[in-house]
Design a protein around this ligand. Structure first.
Ligand SMILES: Nc1ncnc2c1ncn2[C@@H]1O[C@H](COP(=O)(O)OP(=O)(O)O)[C@@H](O)[C@H]1O
Ligand SMILES: O=C(OP(=O)(O)O)[C@H](O)COP(=O)(O)O
Length: 408
């Protein structure tokens, strides 16, 4: 068992999963190249080897389930390519099933032999998966009712999605003997150890496009006074610039409006009024009439795509003095080579600083590439939003339900 705050979470040491059929929730949600639809990074796909290999070596048949992207986004794709990459890293065939809970998938699961591994298709193809609901409600979902009778147990290794109270993450432990996987165990144990709320100064570098998640994270950090500075980039920076009453230009306002982000301005304003230590960029890298230029805030005429060089210089000075640096979400649209500079510069500064770096998020860890890091100074988490909410002391639904699943 692992004890996290007041939770006791069963691990693979606490359940007898051998010669059984096990459903394993992983999070292989990865950055996708909008032009080709191919995965831009496979860091998350190599993270589950130890859990899958351990289950296979114990003679289990292993069925993997994961999501990719969100409906309507260009990274909302099938998991066929993911299965090929998993096969490469596991050095065993991971059979891709182009179904999630239909008769074809159920038949393939029933006939899966001992020691074999298969990957179901994107679980977010099932509408129920996108509903945030309680474990008991999700236990009654078609997904859980159709799949759980085919399994002897459930393992949740998807730390990066553990902040989502969605069917594949919280429904199965209600009805199946369950445990955390080895990655989940490693992530929560390591983070609980390395993150000391008393370390000072703690600098958070928050970017990316998941603005609602980030506002929730920042509200927690500010309420608990866990951050000494919060350096913003990506769409989060644009939200706080608007919240400060600054003019980001009509094109950028239109982008925020289209994404429904303007509705978050009152919450961002409240964070500022609470004295949130929010820093926003003073300049941006923008695209205008097909050209890439830099423009100062309040004189923006182009579409924001990255933070500017003056901003990276200012942010770097804060990073240099930090004892702990937490990075999640890129500063710019890193899928486009032209807008990676801001994230790259801050990442190098953070790696070279004397502070301890915790970096997470599907897109942000893709910026690391093959850089070797000093594990005494850097913790690379597979989680992004989940990482930050965990550090901010928030309850993660998928962890909570594991602690109550008991060892059936
Ligand atoms: N200024 C921006 N405008 C629009 N999208 C942005 C901007 N900056 C970053 N993004 C987008 O943010 C996304 C990554 O955000 P997010 O998923 O929150 O990060 P992570 O995966 O690291 O947790 C990328 O797809 C990137 O294109
Ligand atoms: O990529 C993820 O989170 P992240 O963007 O915070 O890294 C997780 O897979 C959760 O994905 P979601 O934010 O679409 O639920």
């Amino acid at each position: 068992m692992i004890k996290i705050n007041d939770l006791l979470i069963p691990t693979l040491d606490d359940v007898d999963f051998s010669s059984k059929k096990i459903l394993v929730r992983i999070d292989i949600n990865s950055p996708v190249d909008p032009k080709t639809g191919n995965l831009l990074d496979d860091s998350r796909l190599k993270a589950y080897n130890s859990t899958i290999r351990e289950l296979v070596e114990k003679g289990n048949s292993v069925v993997l389930i994961s999501h990719q992207g969100r409906p309507g986004d260009n990274d909302f794709i099938s998991l066929e390519e993911h299965a090929k990459i998993l096969s490469k890293y596991l050095d065993t065939d991971v059979e891709f099933i182009e179904d999630v809970m239909g008769p074809y998938a159920r038949e393939k699961i029933q006939n899966l032999e001992k020691g074999r591994v298969m990957l179901l298709d994107n679980v977010r193809f099932v509408s129920e998966e996108l509903i945030e609901a309680s474990p008991s409600q999700h236990a009654k979902s078609y997904l859980v009712r159709r799949l759980s009778p085919l399994f002897d147990g459930y393992v949740n290794d998807a730390f990066a999605a553990s902040h989502r109270s969605q069917a594949s993450l919280v429904g199965f432990p209600v009805v199946l003997k369950s445990s955390a996987g080895r990655l989940m165990e490693k992530e929560v144990s390591a983070l609980a150890k390395i993150f000391n709320p008393d370390d000072y100064p703690k600098v958070f570098i928050l970017g990316g496009g998941k603005v609602l998640d980030s506002v929730r994270i920042i509200e927690n950090l500010v309420k608990k006074r866990l951050a000494d500075r919060i350096l913003t980039g990506g769409l989060i920076a644009e939200l706080f610039a608007v919240a400060k009453g600054l003019d980001i230009g009509k094109d950028n306002i239109r982008v925020l409006e289209k994404l429904g982000i303007l509705s978050l301005v009152p919450r961002a304003r409240k964070i500022l009024l609470m004295g949130g230590p929010i820093e926003i960029p003073v300049d941006f890298r923008v695209e205008k009439e097909g050209k890439v230029i830099e423009e100062p805030l309040n004189k923006l005429t182009g579409v924001i795509k990255d933070i500017g060089t003056t901003t990276t210089g200012i942010y770097s000075s804060f990073i240099k003095d930090a004892k702990v640096i937490v990075m999640r979400g890129p500063m710019g649209i890193i899928e486009d080579e032209r807008f990676r500079e801001g994230s790259k510069t801050l990442l190098v500064d953070a790696l070279e600083s004397s502070g301890y770096l915790i970096i997470g998020g599907g897109h942000m860890i893709s910026m690391l590439g093959n850089v070797t890091v000093d594990s005494n100074k850097v913790h690379i988490s597979t989680g992004g939003g989940a990482l930050l909410l965990f550090l901010a002391g928030e309850k993660l639904p998928a962890l909570e339900v594991l602690s109550t699943s008991g060892v059936k």
